[in-house]
Design a protein around this ligand. Sequence first.
Ligand SMILES: [Zn+2]
Length: 109
Amino acid sequence: MDVHCTTCGEPWDTYHLWHEAVFDTTLPEEEAQAWRSLPQARKLSSRYRAEFRAVGWEFGRTMINVVHCPCCPRDAEAKPELLQAKAELEAMLEDDPDGLAATFEDLDL
Ligand SMILES: [Zn+2]
Protein backbone atom coordinates (compact mmCIF):
# COMPACT_ATOMS: atom_id res chain seq x y z
CA MET A 1 0.00 0.00 0.00
CA ASP A 2 1.13 3.53 -0.74
CA VAL A 3 0.86 6.57 1.48
CA HIS A 4 1.90 10.08 0.50
CA CYS A 5 4.28 12.57 2.02
CA THR A 6 2.27 15.39 3.61
CA THR A 7 4.73 17.98 2.35
CA CYS A 8 5.65 17.00 -1.22
CA GLY A 9 3.08 14.30 -2.07
CA GLU A 10 5.70 11.66 -2.93
CA PRO A 11 4.16 8.16 -2.64
CA TRP A 12 5.87 5.74 -0.25
CA ASP A 13 5.23 2.05 0.06
CA THR A 14 4.22 1.17 3.63
CA TYR A 15 6.51 -1.89 3.58
CA HIS A 16 9.44 0.39 2.84
CA LEU A 17 8.54 2.67 5.74
CA TRP A 18 8.05 -0.17 8.19
CA HIS A 19 11.04 -2.27 7.20
CA GLU A 20 13.56 -0.48 4.99
CA ALA A 21 13.63 3.27 5.66
CA VAL A 22 15.63 2.63 8.82
CA PHE A 23 18.57 1.63 6.62
CA ASP A 24 18.66 5.20 5.24
CA THR A 25 19.86 6.34 8.65
CA THR A 26 23.42 6.12 9.90
CA LEU A 27 22.46 3.59 12.58
CA PRO A 28 24.81 0.62 12.62
CA GLU A 29 23.43 -2.30 10.56
CA GLU A 30 22.91 -4.43 13.67
CA GLU A 31 20.92 -1.73 15.43
CA ALA A 32 18.85 -1.01 12.33
CA GLN A 33 17.99 -4.72 12.15
CA ALA A 34 17.01 -4.72 15.83
CA TRP A 35 14.89 -1.59 15.30
CA ARG A 36 12.67 -3.53 12.89
CA SER A 37 11.39 -5.76 15.66
CA LEU A 38 10.73 -2.98 18.17
CA PRO A 39 7.10 -2.38 19.12
CA GLN A 40 5.54 0.52 17.19
CA ALA A 41 5.63 2.81 20.21
CA ARG A 42 9.40 2.55 20.53
CA LYS A 43 10.24 2.92 16.85
CA LEU A 44 9.82 6.68 17.05
CA SER A 45 11.57 7.43 20.31
CA SER A 46 13.30 10.82 20.35
CA ARG A 47 16.60 9.14 19.56
CA TYR A 48 15.28 7.40 16.46
CA ARG A 49 13.36 10.50 15.38
CA ALA A 50 16.66 12.39 15.43
CA GLU A 51 18.30 9.66 13.33
CA PHE A 52 15.48 9.80 10.79
CA ARG A 53 15.41 13.60 10.76
CA ALA A 54 19.12 13.70 9.95
CA VAL A 55 18.40 11.96 6.63
CA GLY A 56 15.21 13.86 5.78
CA TRP A 57 12.47 11.74 7.35
CA GLU A 58 9.88 13.13 9.72
CA PHE A 59 6.86 11.18 10.92
CA GLY A 60 3.65 11.79 12.86
CA ARG A 61 2.81 9.30 15.61
CA THR A 62 3.44 6.34 13.35
CA MET A 63 5.92 5.41 10.62
CA ILE A 64 3.31 5.61 7.87
CA ASN A 65 2.32 9.20 8.58
CA VAL A 66 5.11 10.77 6.52
CA VAL A 67 5.30 14.48 7.36
CA HIS A 68 8.61 15.12 5.60
CA CYS A 69 10.61 12.80 3.36
CA PRO A 70 14.01 12.76 1.65
CA CYS A 71 12.31 13.87 -1.63
CA CYS A 72 10.93 17.09 -0.12
CA PRO A 73 12.37 20.33 -1.46
CA ARG A 74 14.58 22.00 1.11
CA ASP A 75 12.61 24.15 3.59
CA ALA A 76 9.25 22.93 2.23
CA GLU A 77 6.49 23.00 4.83
CA ALA A 78 3.75 20.41 5.33
CA LYS A 79 0.25 21.52 4.35
CA PRO A 80 -1.50 22.31 7.67
CA GLU A 81 -4.98 21.02 6.71
CA LEU A 82 -3.49 17.76 5.46
CA LEU A 83 -1.33 17.44 8.55
CA GLN A 84 -4.38 17.79 10.76
CA ALA A 85 -6.55 15.38 8.77
CA LYS A 86 -3.85 12.71 8.92
CA ALA A 87 -3.22 13.29 12.63
CA GLU A 88 -6.93 12.78 13.37
CA LEU A 89 -7.09 9.52 11.42
CA GLU A 90 -3.89 8.40 13.05
CA ALA A 91 -5.26 9.04 16.53
CA MET A 92 -8.37 6.98 15.71
CA LEU A 93 -6.47 4.09 14.16
CA GLU A 94 -3.28 4.13 16.19
CA ASP A 95 -3.65 0.47 17.22
CA ASP A 96 -4.52 -0.66 13.72
CA PRO A 97 -1.56 0.15 11.45
CA ASP A 98 -2.94 -1.86 8.51
CA GLY A 99 -6.30 -0.13 8.82
CA LEU A 100 -4.58 3.23 8.94
CA ALA A 101 -2.49 2.41 5.87
CA ALA A 102 -5.63 1.30 3.99
CA THR A 103 -7.46 4.48 5.03
CA PHE A 104 -4.60 6.70 3.91
CA GLU A 105 -4.46 4.84 0.62
CA ASP A 106 -8.24 5.04 0.07
CA LEU A 107 -8.23 8.77 0.72
CA ASP A 108 -5.08 9.30 -1.32
CA LEU A 109 -3.30 10.71 1.73
ZN1 LIG B 1 8.24 14.69 0.88
